[in-house]
Design a protein around this ligand. Sequence first.
Ligand SMILES: O=C(CO)COP(=O)(O)O
Length: 253
Amino acid sequence: MAPKPLIAGNWKMNGRLRELTELEAIAAGAAEAGAGKDLLICPPATILSASVGLLAGKTAIGGQDCHAEKCGAHTGDIAAEMIADLGATYVIVGHSERRGEHQETDAKVRAKVEAAWRAGLVAIVCIGESEEDHEAGGKLDVLGRQLSGSLPDGVSAANTVVAYEPIWAIGSGRTPTTADVAEVHGFLREALSERFGAEVAGGIRLLYGGSVKPDNAAELLAVENVDGALIGGASLKAEDFIAICRACPLPAE
Ligand SMILES: O=C(CO)COP(=O)(O)O
């Protein structure tokens, strides 16, 4: 049986204490829309604590990034242990906005995955090709390199989620075709299977991210080997996030 779906919202650099009403609305709708699925919200670090308070028992909470070290002289950074300390259970690592804006390499992402595990967090490891790679037809090579370089040994279905987010689809309103998504997710499952064995690979959740909206969620989430979504813009509106959760099919018995 396919893994339990995970619908995750990445709030990015959005949301202040005075704007928590959307979280309250997500909390109110989570039980009905999320039956049989895992739901997750990754708010900015400044409202993590308040979010845990509002969403406890309704959705899981995650950080959006962590430093590889446990503590020390790293001004402005946040350790995985600090995220766990607040009651979060997941952390996103290697998002293309971190790779692009903060020059994060696969090696750095891999160190962050290890930090997440050290702190007891599930790592959501993001990979994705640029528009040029997509057009030039070399995306599977790029994705294969990112996947193998970003994942340490020791991956399990319980400690790691992989998110495929084509950079050109993020925030653009454009999405790959379902055939493209199926090709990439099948390729990722196979690559995971070769490295970690079929049983581990079969349990790892492979999320699709990039312009997932209520009107395209059912189609994208029904693609083989898509075990959930990582949602940016649409997760900021409770109504849209809940609609996407509802649209996600449950795996066949
Ligand atoms: O980057 C994303 C989630 O991490 C996707 O963002 P959008 O859903 O806004 O395209």
